[in-house]
Write a protein that binds this ligand. Structure first.
Ligand SMILES: [Zn+2]
Length: 519
């Protein structure tokens, strides 16, 4: 049994699909590059056949990101397998990941096909994938609710035609650790040829057990685990990759397995994914939460000051947290200091880029003597927005009146795609509502606000407000962000940024429709 556990990160596929974030290709590239720095073994870059945008993202990642194996998901249909290959063929280490429902529930209700037909589809499509590339992963979807004998036979057949990784997906988050171990033991005992391939697991967190189930699987021989940074993903999310990694790293005495991953890149990866997806990490989240290494009790603080190991099972530096989280930068901080700090937050810049950012940093430092990590993230967001976000409409001015006796009213002026400015106004039940309605009037479409979060970036009354807004239109969700000392202005920026993403997606949607997305 190999003693190395491989990590397949599916933040860009399972994570993206669920969060409904509508990441741009450029944003996906940023995440993929960071995952490569973190040395994950495999990046599942997307589901190439699902949309032209996904195809482009997978293909660019395959061509430009070096180090990890680059993988595309594919349904067990010829067109999907072909699209997956076309997207990843530029990679140094390409992989096609074919999935198909193995449970009767899914076959009857979703695929509407009989069991032998499904078996043939699996065999045919794994063979087809194998014709393109040697590295082929196969996932029986909803495996944990599948008839065992049928599952064993299906796995044997796909191994015979060349599958190199078999991934047991607990698609609906139904498994319990000890029960899951029994199932994996049974598979290893009953499937001929399984000893020659990598056994993988893909766990969902519906019962809060995704990480536990993944670790339980490793104990009994799984040598690949799939998951997402910060545990994002469909419904309650996927297994949190960083939690599994740190459990294996911290309890090497117990698991006794090796990892390729650079654990010090965990924190930068977490910050980057949180920022791009607009999905905040809960403060008490293990490993990457804001409080993960904070000690509140007096007795604990006293112990930690004497020796950190008294109340910490791992060092913050091990996950890439700077030793002094409270460190602030100021006017006198040099370029190198700025660059090092930005790297901790998941931004890696070349020398020329640092020079550009440094100028903005000095301007900010003139207004605000102490610059924190959150200030830097906002600064970088502004810097990046112009390059990584679609801009159909740009916000020129926003004006509003409001109060407990007034009718909230807003006027906005936007610069349209043709370069012309357009102005309109609206009332609303509050200033944010009025601003959004005014933007709707200029853009000529509308969306429902599904989630609206305002956060003070730093402490103090003069703090910048950061707004994250998720909007919904015909079942699709888009996220936008904005930052300003005035939260109404920040809201206008966030709403417009989400609208721009929606408009860009509308253009793309003129192309063929997406099939059933997996999970
Ligand atoms: Zn999944």
């Amino acid at each position: 049994m190999a003693s190395q556990v491989k990590f397949l990160d599916t933040t860009l596929r399972d994570g993206e699909q669920s969060a409904g974030i509508g990441m741009t290709v450029e944003e996906k590239m940023q995440i993929a590059r960071q995952l490569a720095r973190m040395k994950v073994d495999i990046i599942e870059a997307g589901f190439a056949a699902s949309s032209p945008g996904d195809f482009e993202a997978v293909s660019r990642i395959a061509n430009e990101v070096e180090g990890p194996i680059i993988c595309s998901l594919s349904r067990a249909v010829a067109g999907d397998v072909d699209a997956a290959w076309n997207a990843i063929k530029g990679a140094k280490k390409p992989r096609i990941h074919v999935f198909l429902s193995s449970s009767e529930i899914h076959q009857m209700h979703q695929l509407r096909k009989d069991r032998e037909d499904v078996m043939n589809m699996a065999v045919d499509m794994v063979s087809r994938a194998k014709g393109y590339c040697d590295d082929v992963e196969f996932s029986p979807m909803d495996a944990t609710r599948t008839n065992r004998d049928y599952l064993y036979r299906m796995l044997e057949e796909v191994i015979k035609v060349g599958a190199t990784t078999i991934n047991i997906a607990d698609t609906v988050g139904y498994a319990i650790p000890s029960d899951f171990q029994t199932m994996l033991n049974d598979i290893q005992q009953n499937v001929r040829g399984i000893e020659n391939v990598t056994l993988s697991v893909h766990c969902h967190n519906d019962l809060g057990l995704a990480v536990s189930n993944s670790l339980a699987a490793i104990e009994v021989g799984a040598r690949q685990v799939e998951g997402c940074i910060n545990g994002i993903g469909e419904r309650a999310g996927n297994a949190s990759l960083e939690e599994i990694i740190m459990a294996l790293d911290t309890r090497k005495d117990f698991f006794g397995v090796d990892l390729n991953v650079d654990t010090t890149q965990i924190y930068p990866s977490s910050r980057l994914v949180s920022r791009i997806t607009g999905m905040n990490v809960q403060a008490n989240k293990a490993i990457v939460g804001e409080n993960a290494f904070r000690h509140a009790s007096g007795i604990h603080q006293d112990g930690v000051l004497k020796d950190r190991s008294t109340y910490e099972v791992m060092k913050p530096e091990r996950v890439g947290l700077p030793p002094d989280v409270q460190l602030v930068l100021g006017k006198l901080s040099g370029r190198a200091g700025l660059q090092a700090r930005l790297e901790t937050l998941g931004f890696s810049l070349d020398r020329e880029e640092v020079t550009g950012v440094y100028q903005r940093f000095l301007e900010l430092a003139d207004k605000k003597p102490e610059i924190t990590d959150r200030d830097l993230e906002i600064l970088m967001d502004e810097e990046n927005r112009s390059t990584s976000e679609p801009v159909t409409y740009a916000l020129e001015t926003v004006h509003f009146t409001s109060g407990d006796k007034d009718i909230p009213t807003a006027t906005v002026r936007l610069i349209g795609p043709d370069g012309e400015t357009r102005t309109d106004a609206s009332t609303g039940n509050g200033p944010v509502d009025a601003v959004c309605r005014a933007i709707d009037r200029v853009v000529g479409t509308t969306a429902r606000i599904e989630d609206f979060q305002v956060q003070a970036v730093t402490e103090g009354r003069d703090s910048v407000g950061s707004v994250t807004m998720r909007i919904e239109n015909s079942g699709r969700i888009f996220t936008g962000r904005g930052a300003n000392t005035d939260i109404i202005v920040a809201s206008a920026q966030a709403y417009l940024s989400a609208m721009n993403r929606m408009l860009a997606a509308d253009e793309e949607a003129a192309l063929p429709a997406v099939g059933t997305t997996p999970d």
